[in-house]
Design a protein around this ligand. Sequence first.
Ligand code: CA
Ligand code: CA
Ligand code: CA
Length: 287
Amino acid sequence: MRGSSFLSRVLVLTVLVLPALSQAGSYLRVVSWNLRHEGWAAEQTYLEDAQQLWNQFGSGSTSNNGLDLVFLQEVMNAAAAQAIAQNLTQVSGMTWTAAVTPLIGRSSYKESYAVLYRTDTVSLLSSTVWSDTGDLFEREPQVVKVRHVPTGADYTFLNWHTVWGVAADRTLEAQAIDAVFASVQSSSGTDQDVILVGDHNMACTHASWSELKAVSPAVTCRLDTPTTLNSTGGFANAYDHFWLQDTYVTEFSSTGRDYIGNTKDYVTRLSDHAPVWLSLYSNSDTD
Ligand SMILES: [Ca+2]
Ligand SMILES: [Ca+2]
Ligand SMILES: [Ca+2]
């Protein structure tokens, strides 16, 4: 009796102590994706969109399933984003929810942005739209503040779909986004981690980004790989990026283009952009 009582006390102590000792770090797994006029009649493959997101996170076919946070561009109505969140809940077995911006654009053609997140691993602190004084942007960015629940780390994302227009229009927007980045960065006394995501319609090696790169501390492009698909399923242009300040975003772990099983089928039915992924590792909220 005494022996088993001692043993059970040891077991109880072990169970109580282990969680306190573990202090495990955790990855926040992020995807950004231009879905191609999502919600229009030809673009309603919501279950397959959710399967692509959940099953193909990471650059290889054997990557582990799962992700936590998704930024979408070219959302044509709120119901489309909500439908993808519902299908993510079904595919993953975790609860997903969405926050969708109003439609944004200068003409009758407008798009929304959306953020989708797992409620068990991500707290949405705010979702707003940048106040575009002077109308510098066709689609001013969505500003999203989140907290990674397992570690408490906070991040601020700018979700942005740059104008298409002509090359000069894109250059003007690229040369204006540095002020948005710097303003959002300096407006928070508690979170330093600003990450610009989205479809930027220009390679990040283009000279038009020099002002963004010159923000202090320096902003660097952490993904430079072809992400758009031509009609035969070949990768074409490196338009989708993650921009961040290495000085602050020490949580950066890795990034890449999501694996796509059949690019011809994918470009025909799902999108002309691959999803791109970002992993952020933290133990706690540090800045
Ligand atoms: Ca932070
Ligand atoms: Ca940080
Ligand atoms: Ca689509």
